[in-house]
Unconditional design. Structure first.
Length: 195
């Protein structure tokens, strides 16, 4: 069984192509036109052991918002598609990730119900061309299309780069754990029988 997905989405604001393999090795090829966002998506692939290819062309002459949002929506849709019926997965995953002075906790439930909880401290408004207020929106967009529950809490941190990067690494590790095959599981991990 392959857990691979390809999602293409084109609007007047952006054109996005995402290819995702849940059982990859962390091979990443990402281009969104926003260097820091590319770096964050690379963290997601590398630490989640996802083979991830992203090609986004957006209206960066306006700002980064549509490019970031539409990429996150397509990534969420690809994750949902690649998970399939979710039979035999662990379902829940969590991670506690340090990055120098920063510590981030992420927990995920591949529940079929979209819900995002995000808690981070105030920080510098920009990292290069990346608006740091978009981080919460990335998680909300990803969750809405992936139909998962995600909690991300920044427990400590001062440096904006570290705070955002540790979030992506923590989410990657939590997703990796939740999507992993459980050799003891039979069927879908829910008393309802579906996720």
């Amino acid at each position: 069984m392959t857990r691979h997905a390809k999602v293409e989405k084109t609007t007047r604001e952006s054109s996005v192509l995402v290819e995702l393999d849940l059982d990859g090795t962390g091979k990443v090829d990402v281009s969104t036109g926003i260097g820091f966002y590319d770096h964050m998506l690379a963290q997601l692939g590398k630490h989640g052991l996802l083979d991830l290819s992203v090609r986004t062309e957006g209206d960066l002459h306006v700002d980064a918002h549509h490019t970031v949002e539409d990429t996150a929506l397509a990534l969420g849709a690809a994750l949902r598609e690649a998970l399939g019926d979710k039979a035999g997965i662990r379902r829940f995953g969590d991670a506690l990730v340090p990055l120098d002075e920063t510590l981030v906790q992420a927990a995920v439930d591949l529940s079929g119900r979209p819900y995002a909880v995000h808690d981070e401290p105030p920080m510098a408004p920009m990292i290069g061309a990346y608006d740091t207020t978009l981080t919460r929106h990335i998680w909300e967009s990803l969750v809405s299309e992936a139909r998962i529950a995600l909690h991300v809490r920044v427990l400590s941190g001062r440096n904006a780069h570290h705070i955002v990067e540790a979030q992506f690494k923590a989410v990657a590790r939590a997703l990796r754990d939740a999507a992993a095959h459980d050799p003891r599981a039979a069927g879908v991990p829910s008393t309802k029988g579906v996720l």
